[in-house]
Design a protein around this ligand. Sequence first.
Ligand code: ATP
Ligand code: MN
Length: 304
Amino acid sequence: MRARKNAAEPDAVKTPVAISHADKVFWPDEGYTKLDLVSYYQAIFPRLAPYVKDRVLSLERCPDGMRGECFFQKEMPKGMPAGTPTRRIAHATGGTSTNYVVGGSLTTQLALVNLGCVAVHVMSGRSASPRRPDWVCFDLDPESGEFAHSARAALHVKEALDELKLLSFAKTSGGRGMHLWVPIRTGPDADDVLRFAESVVRRVADAYPKELTVEHSIAARKGRVYLDPFRNGFGQTVVAPYSVRLRAKAPVSTPLEWSEVKPSLVPSDFNLGNFLRLKRPDPWRDFFKSRQSLAEAIKRMKTA
Ligand code: ATP
Ligand code: MN
């Protein structure tokens, strides 16, 4: 393990939540600690907040960082502060329900980090009406493992969305993939949003069959980029913009300008170690001001 200079000193960081084992190393190769993660989320929270505010979160807990196991948990964990907002949602199959954590406050976010939540997984509907998304998400997964392929695929999907007169926003996933989000006015049910996303990815994959696929089976993808519409299904999640990932170099799921979406981009160049110093303007600053009518886009798709 390399020793790291400038590590956040436990005594120097004031947080609204007590952090246990603050000096635990989460990323041994880089030397980043749990407190580094806390400090990052505390500083970036104004940017993250719009994507978690009043939204149901799905938790992925990795209490020992890169060195340990992770587990997914939907039910609010013990150890969250009293008064943490929650939303109970009945299971589709009936009978049981889950009491989810609802994001939006810095206290909630840092308490989750304290419990080992590195990434922020979020649903597309607000907690008051979870079945009514205000974005459509396209998850681009390169079977080749090469980010360059994701970047090219993203430009193809953007072109199709442009044709439908839909403004789209791009971000790195933090891994080798990309996420494209389209802000929409609430109204359509999650099932309709999913059907729309499925039609879009089918169209784009048909136009670029050598590069793109909608084949769910990994064997059938044959090195192409899988365009996954299923993140739009009710109850599914995707990582929020500015979420850190528990991967080598601690990459950040980074909002991009479309002009930055290039095959040569290296997603891990945006990471926990340098993100705050980069002082990037927010390429998604107009996201919620740009909500669009999905019904109009569906009409255009039918006539195209
Ligand atoms: P990559 O670039 O590696 O694809 P990604 O974040 O897009 O990164 P995916 O495996 O494509 O990873 O998953 C897409 C999203 O689905 C994730 O961002 C996460 O929110 C959610 N997800 C994936 N696996 C699970 C799981 N086991 N439980 C809950 N949510 C999951
Ligand atoms: Mn993905």
